[in-house]
Design a protein around this ligand. Structure first.
Ligand code: KG4
Ligand code: ZN
Length: 342
């Protein structure tokens, strides 16, 4: 089954074709970073309009690269939520209409389920992680620990009570004067920073539970930055101190979640999953307990069409079908998703 995947939930237009027997055939991404940079954050209306401009050319380009025409498609998957309503409507409108015109089934995909399943797109010599496992989803909008009992059967173990991990990276970068979007830039600086020169508290690790809180950290960074000499090296050292605090906190909570559900397999997804320090730390933590950790390639940690095509293909194969109406859910609880029986 060949499935076209469309991602337009925020500031990236992503398109991919996934074949259930041959794997990923092609994928393309158009990032709107330059468009939003002068505003220091995503402007929803500009995002929607740019998806309108970019989506059809990107679909044509992706199909051409796969050597396919629209008639070769057996299904269409698009992100139906959570995300910005106008942006979601562009992908859902195009995806649903295309499926209707081709008389093939369509399915609306949960963006975070797309992230969660992205590691399964990889050819890992150890094979694909099979549920049950614990998933750490760390993106710009979410920080969640999820017990994946089966594909489609998700239990939320804990989440952030304020900022998401990616949001904390972005806000912290901004307050040290880094350009938008600051998260990846801050991570790059941290690689050259001296560990231990700045030590920030690890939020909420001293109390039980699997909740996160990252908003206090940025205040600590702001105070340290304001009091400092503000040289380039100090910026790198503060970035390192901040990143170590986030990484430590995430690793401690991941270990706690694995203990809680008595499992040794961790799957990490979402933009912050591209973080080198986090990847190393979680590899060490899981190896120590004789377990495994799986990540998507860095390009599939952040938003992309491939994860939507893949998650959609699994659901279409299981017989899920969207009605003819164009429906999106800007807020959408993953625990309400139907189980996928394979
Ligand atoms: O998953 P994603 O592309 O979009 C959402 O669905 O939110 O995640 C984007 C987030 C941004 O906050 C960005 O700063 C963060 O992921 N991010 C990183 C890194 N690369 C992206 N954070 C830390 N280290 C990175 N290398
Ligand atoms: Zn995302």
């Amino acid at each position: 089954m060949r499935v076209l995947g469309i991602e337009t939930s925020c500031d990236e237009t992503g398109v991919a074709v996934y074949d259930t027997s041959e794997g990923l055939l092609a994928h393309h991404l158009f990032s709107q970073i330059a468009l939003h940079a002068e505003y220091g954050g995503v402007v929803p209306e500009l995002a929607s309009r740019d998806h309108v401009r970019k989506l059809l050319p990107l679909i044509r380009q992706t199909l051409a690269e796969s050597g396919l025409s629209v008639d070769d498609l057996d299904g269409v998957a698009y992100t139906a939520g959570p995300g910005l309503v106008g942006a979601l409507l562009v992908g859902a409108g195009v995806g649903r209409a295309l499926a209707w015109s081709l008389d093939v089934p369509a399915v609306g995909v949960h963006h975070m389920e797309g992230h969660l399943l992205a590691p399964l797109l990889e050819d890992d010599p150890r094979g694909r992680p099979e549920p049950p496992f614990v998933a750490l989803l760390v993106s710009g909008g979410h920080s969640q620990l999820i017990h994946v009992k089966k594909i489609g059967e998700y239990e939320l173990l804990g989440e952030t009570i304020d900022d998401a991990a990616g949001e904390a990276f972005d806000k912290t970068a901004k307050l040290m004067g880094l350009a938008y979007p600051g998260g990846p830039l801050l991570a790059k600086l941290a690689l050259e920073g001296e560990p231990g020169r700045f030590k920030f508290t690890r939020p909420m690790v001293d109390r039980p539970g699997l909740e996160f809180s990252f908003s206090g950290l940025k205040t600590q960074v702001l105070l340290a930055w304001q009091k400092s000499d503000q040289t380039a090296q100090t910026q790198r050292d503060i970035a390192r101190g901040f990143e170590d605090a986030v990484v430590d906190t995430l690793a401690i909570k991941c270990e706690r979640a694995l203990d809680q559900v008595d499992c040794d397999t961790l799957v990490v997804a979402g933009g912050v999953g591209a973080n080198v320090n986090l990847r190393e730390r979680l590899k060490a933590m899981t190896a120590k307990r004789g377990g495994d950790v799986y990540f998507p390639r860095p390009a599939f940690c952040t938003d992309n069409g491939a994860m939507i095509a893949y998650a959609g293909a699994l659901r279409l194969l299981a017989g899920e079908r969207e009605g003819e109406a164009i429906k999106v859910q800007p807020r959408w609880d993953m625990e309400t998703l139907p189980r996928v029986d394979r």
